[in-house]
Design a binder for this molecule. Sequence first.
Ligand SMILES: Nc1ncnc2c1ncn2[C@@H]1O[C@H](COP(=O)(O)OP(=O)(O)OP(=O)(O)O)[C@@H](O)[C@H]1O
Ligand SMILES: [Mg+2]
Length: 282
Amino acid sequence: MDQASALQNSSSSVKVIAVASGKGGVGKTNTVINLASSMAALGDRVMVLDADLGLGNLDVMLGLAPQYNLQHLFAGEKNLDEIIVEGPQGIKIIPAASGIQEVTHSGTREQRILMEQMSRYAGEIDFLLIDAAAGISDMVTSFVMAADAALVVATPEPTSMTDAYALMKVLCNRYGEKKFYLLLNQVSGESEARQVYNQLSRVGEKFLDITLVFLGYIPKDADVPMAVCRQQAVVEYNPESPASRAFVEVARRLRRFPIGSKSGGLHYFWQRLLNGGSRDQK
Ligand SMILES: Nc1ncnc2c1ncn2[C@@H]1O[C@H](COP(=O)(O)OP(=O)(O)OP(=O)(O)O)[C@@H](O)[C@H]1O
Ligand SMILES: [Mg+2]
């Protein structure tokens, strides 16, 4: 690479998208792996951070058995290059530690370590997708708040909808977040998705004054659990399945959205993350 293009690359900004949900088990990890591989297939350079630090299973869902993970990074035993594993379509995956309780309490120190090591990748990736844990812990909210876009995954179940609303309420009331992208998963079709979106969007607008952007929907599809059992992304397992087609459609839409209004790229993402961390400790 010549100097000019290296310079151009290093200044290009990475779009950081945090994928969160109120309720667990709604499909965040599936969303992250399928969107990431679809975006990579469309030509983007994608990195994925498994930020479900205590119970991360993104690697398991892809049949990867990483030797090292974030725990080794935080302990200073390995650097980021050594823990990253490659997923479908060449996506770069940062595996979470699994079942390690201390890591779930990760704070500023750990985030700083990640920041220092990740800043080296700034010119090498277009999108960073973050698989956040379910719920509204400080760790989740700080990742979501630091990201350029908050993508909320929900299903039409009333419990998922109320928990999605609760998550947005916390992010709005505590941090002033005013815009969310909604992806509805496990829906019967477009009309159900629109109906759920309308309901959530109406209450969000009325009581929180937030904007909810409809990103799309993924149908309930038996190929998704099949792919999970085969430890493959469904877009790889069966590209023709309804869920796979929907993921590709959503990926196309997502890469066209003018995300990045918080701007500044990866460096500022980490700065916001660290600021969020210190704000949480007050
Ligand atoms: N579109 C779909 N159609 C059918 N089943 C689905 C669909 N999406 C997800 N599932 C099922 O839901 C399960 C949970 O999905 P996933 O692990 O992605 O959720 P999650 O939100 O990451 O969960 P957690 O909060 O535990 O991290 C999957 O194993 C799969 O069987
Ligand atoms: Mg998950």
